[in-house]
Design a protein around this ligand. Sequence first.
Ligand code: SF4
Length: 348
Amino acid sequence: MESLLGKNIDELQDVAVAAGLPRYTGKQLAEWLYRKRAESFEEMTNISVKGRQTLANGFAAGRKKPVTEVRSEDGTRKFLFQVGTEYVETVLIPEEERNTLCISTQAGCRMRCAFCMTGTLGFRKHLTAAEMLNQILTVDGMIDGGLTNLVLMGEGEPMDNLDEVLRALNVLTAPWGYGWSPKRITVSSVGVMPGLARFLQESDCHVAISLHNPFHEERAAIMPAEKACPVADIVRMLKKYDFAHQRRLSFEYICWSGMNDTLRHANELVRLLRGLPCRVNLIRFHEGKENGQFTVNNTTLHFPSSEEKQMIWLRDYLTGHGITTTIRRSRGEDILAACGMLVNALKE
Ligand code: SF4
């Protein structure tokens, strides 16, 4: 049955009229769904009983709870949601004053980044806005204090499912929806253009680009998306937008020993990002049980984690050359919840 979650105010008003109800009932529906977090039509007591029954015959209003959950030693929680016949994982990262949720936008992913366990799943399914919002609403209702931040960095490439991503972001940030500030939301991408250009026009949310190597040939060898959308073109396009104020632009950079953490790479990063108001987040690589070995197209590649001291050197070098750089703390590695580790392992 079709879910009302994800519908915008105009669509909810159309739903109300089609059900023989006044158009203003659409506003009441939005209020119940997005503000009061109603789980069923029965709760919507300012809508007539007959009207609620008609709506319930055509639409679902509730949420789907996760199929299962696992907790890390460090407090990170990973949830498995069923989406149609597929599954996706969602990660909650509680910190002292923040509860950040990392949601999936697709089941699997077709970008085939060579170092990413999610990429090994291949593409399974685009998630609907309702399926994205369900991850957020459900977890938000399960935790003390509620969510403070949202990142679209789980399974999938958001720009590859942009219509539904924008629809979900619209519901999250609209005054008739959840009313969140777009500054609480970060959307990650490998840099798929022209989706990224459209996203920058139509959304005010923060942007995180998965960079991982500043050299075209080297990046293309581990990230096939680089062949169609070179990072130099992405940066050129980003320089046309205003990131000097509220909107934040960051570059995610997983560090591999000798592969992208050398002086040569550092100098090229400085050259590439010069003049762009941004920050670089260095990420420790999780070698996992495969010890950093990934087989792509019958070729086995080895991704050795950088030494901590090399990451500190890279952070300080970039910062010293005018690029604000941090080392991102790793969370949830023991439950395969860390960056690039989502493979729906909870399903087994
Ligand atoms: S790193 Fe992101 S874009 Fe690349 S395969 Fe993994 S999920 Fe997809």
